[in-house]
Design a protein around this ligand. Structure first.
Ligand code: ADP
Ligand code: MG
Length: 682
């Protein structure tokens, strides 16, 4: 950024210490920051014909005052001023709340312009603004900024106006002429000016288009520069696995790998052998068979003389993975152990010791794995399952327990493409897009809560065939605030309902680990036929004999979460069913239920989820590393994102990008952000 633009905001007339303080809370420190503090919407003051304005819409009208203002006080210091206004040949009422001083300004037959909310039934405008005289703001879209403290929108507009007048000619172009021409983009200074003071919606659109592209391009360049840097500079381990042993292991699996699994295994093995560090995201829908890919990768590491770690978000899942990895790998002489916070102190000590000595080759566990006392002899591969459940920090700690170990992230919540290329843009991505043969599609129905009787009768039929059922509730126990089903009550009533015929169990996050374990064990051994649970069964739990899942208050869950839950059934050879009990009030709520019944494709659902809920909610947590853009919106502007991404990929590879003066500005930006030295983006 030019020197002029990095001057503090206080050099502007009118910005003193106090204002500067407020601005700094808004992260505005320099003239440049101020220029790039964009409005979040625009006020439209163009006059409109009242017959075309909808009820409750905001409108500006100009008219002749048709009655003396009448002022009424009520309560303490509250007032209401009412006038009649003739707009064209339309007589309407205008009310002003708490602006008594207007009484002396507005007179019969004056022309005034008012802006406010239109009540079509009462033919009344509740005015928020009033201007004596004709509308002077006819042809402006007035920017509206998000502001704080004593700052006013008007003040903000004034400061930005000043900044533009005095400093906009210092705004440098960031993009090369070739790209500006190619996409017919406005130059940077014009785009910034028009963002603040446009004359039409079209001008806003063009200004945005330019800035969105720039923002995405820069972001993608940073991601890809980082990736390039990591490839070139972070030496990984060359893992010379034993191909013969590996082939033997794969041959001994109870099933042949799908084509997709084979492809992904190859991608992972190539990374393991390569001299750079693997940083790979493995996406695969629920049930697509990621665990066996993990097992193969871990075994490869072991045959290369290294240790492997598998970190998962819940104890139930950890136990299950430990069990299946053990059954697969023990016959090949590999020692796998489980480490969770419920492992007893004495046993834990032994495990830690043996891990450090390298006697344990594969460790499977929860967050317990990233505690300080855990250390490895020779960690070669870290795998995280359901990676979105972990924060960036937790993943880093695990990785740093080895010297540049290879890293594989697995996720069964398919990540929408836009998020994948922003949040995980610096990773390689593998996708298992094929289900093992013979899987039946889970049939999904949406039922209103009043149909519960029939739903239970249906569940009973399945139970009579010898199958099992999950019943999912949003809450553990009754809540005063929420009128939704809770697991404890549902458990009680279903125990009563199925009395003398079937056993009903209860599982939720507040049981202690032994209790959880024993419930899960009873369910997987079919000693319990109906399992009432909260979402703790969401990830990874595998009981193939379960064929029905009923989800209470299904509208309370996100699509990806519902899909995850649904993935608990349909794991065996029998036809399975998922019943969503829901009575969503909103349009989107209803749409979500419909989509669930229509598709079983996790990728389609995740895209929909993102569209309906937005990126912030998609991962649920702030820590997910979703970048914040000033102008761009990665859901709505995804086309621009795709374009910027492929442009960035080409640029990074080109000689010109690193040498030509056209790219000086961008190169400087990359340098400043530190990605050229391999510093992670925030
Ligand atoms: P997820 O991808 O959801 O973690 P899992 O790895 O748990 O899926 O696999 C789901 C089920 O599919 C398991 O019972 C597993 O044994 C089985 N499975 C995995 N791969 C295949 C395959 N190629 N053919 C048949 N069954 C498979
Ligand atoms: Mg899994």
């Amino acid at each position: 950024m030019s020197l002029e633009l990095s001057q503090p905001v206080t050099i502007l007339k009118g910005i003193g210490k106090e204002t500067a303080e407020i601005l700094s809370e808004m992260k505005i420190f320099t003239i440049g920051d101020l220029l790039e503090y964009f409005p979040y919407r625009y006020e439209d003051y163009r006059l409109r014909d009242l017959t075309e304005v909808k009820h409750e819409e905001k409108v500006t009208v100009e008219g002749k005052v048709h009655s003396e203002p009448s002022l009424a006080y009520y309560g303490r210091k509250k007032s209401k001023l009412t006038i009649r206004l003739l707009v064209g040949n339309y007589l309407i009422k205008v009310v002003f709340f708490n602006q008594p001083y207007l009484k002396n300004k507005i007179h019969m037959n004056n022309t005034i312009t008012v802006t406010g909310k239109w009540d079509a039934h009462r033919q009344t405008i509740t005015a928020s603004e009033c201007q004596i005289g004709s509308n002077t703001k006819q042809d402006v879209f007035e920017p509206v900024y998000s502001i704080r403290g004593k700052l006013t929108s008007r003040g903000m507009r004034k400061f930005i106006h000043l900044a533009i007048q005095q400093y906009s000619h210092f705004i440098e172009e960031s993009l090369p002429a070739s790209l500006l021409q190619k996409y017919r983009l406005l130059n940077r200074a014009d785009a910034i000016k028009l963002m603040h003071f446009p004359k039409s919606q079209e001008e806003v659109k063009q200004a945005r288009r330019r800035l969105v592209y720039e923002e995405f391009l820069l972001f993608q360049l940073k991601m890809q520069a980082l990736r390039k840097f990591e490839r070139e500079h972070s030496p990984g381990i060359v893992q010379n696995y034993d191909l013969k042993k590996l082939k033997n292991f794969i041959d001994q699996l109870p099933f042949p790998l799908t084509n997709a699994q084979n492809r992904v295994v190859n991608e992972v093995l190539t990374d393991l052998k390569s001299p750079y560090r693997m940083n790979r995201l493995l996406q695969g829908d629920v049930g697509s068979g990621k665990t066996v890919v993990a097992a193969i990768a871990l075994y490869a590491t072991v045959t290369a003389g290294y240790q492997g770690a598998l970190m998962v978000p819940t104890e139930i899942l950890a136990e299950q993975h430990a069990k299946s990895l053990n059954s697969l790998l023990k016959p090949f002489g590999v020692r796998c152990e489980l480490l969770t916070s419920s492992v007893k102190v004495k046993r834990r000590k032994e495990i830690l010791h043996e891990l450090e000595e390298g006697f344990i080759q594969i460790i499977i566990g929860t967050h317990a794995l990233i505690q300080e006392e855990v250390s490895f002899k020779k960690l070669g591969l870290c795998i995280t399952d359901e990676q979105h459940r972990f924060g960036v920090e937790q993943r880093r700690i695990l990785r740093e327990k080895g010297e540049n170990p290879d890293v594989l992230f697995m996720t069964a919540t398919p990540i929408p493409r836009t998020l994948a290329i922003t949040v995980f843009g610096e990773m390689d991505v593998s996708i298992i897009d094929e289900m093992p043969a013979g899987r039946k599609r889970v049939e999904t129905y949406w039922a209103k809560p009043e149909m519960l009787e029939r739903v239970l009768a249906f569940v009973e039929k399945e139970l009579q065939k010898g199958h099992q059922a999950y019943i999912i509730c949003p809450l553990i126990e009754e809540s005063e605030k929420l009128d939704v089903q809770n697991a404890i009550d549902v458990h009680t009533s279903l125990t009563y309902y199925f009395a003398n015929r079937f056993q009903v169990g209860l599982l939720h996050g507040r049981l202690n680990p032994e209790e959880k374990e024993s419930v899960m064990k009873a369910f997987s051994e079919n000693k319990i036929q109906v399992l009432v649970s909260t979402t703790v069964v969401e990830v990874g739990v595998n009981v193939p004999n379960a064929t029905v899942m009923v989800i209470y208050d299904a509208e309370r869950f996100g699509l990806s979460q519902l899909h995850q839950l649904r993935g608990r059934v349909g794991r065996g050879s029998e036809q399975s069913y998922c019943i969503l009990l829901a009575n969503p009030k909103s349009e989107t709520g209803q749409e979500r239920m419909r989509i669930m019944t229509e598709t079983n494709d996790g990728f389609v659902l995740s895209e929909k989820d993102l569209e309906l809920r937005g990126p912030g909610d998609f991962f649920g947590k702030k820590q997910s590393g979703i970048p914040e853009f000033k102008v761009a919106d990665m859901v709505h502007d995804y086309r621009a994102l795709e374009t910027a991404r492929s442009d960035a990929a080409k640029l990074i590879q080109s000689e010109a990008f690193w040498t030509s003066p056209e790219y000086v500005y961008i190169r400087k930006q990359l340098e400043q952000s530190g990605v050229l030295e391999g510093e992670k983006l925030d």
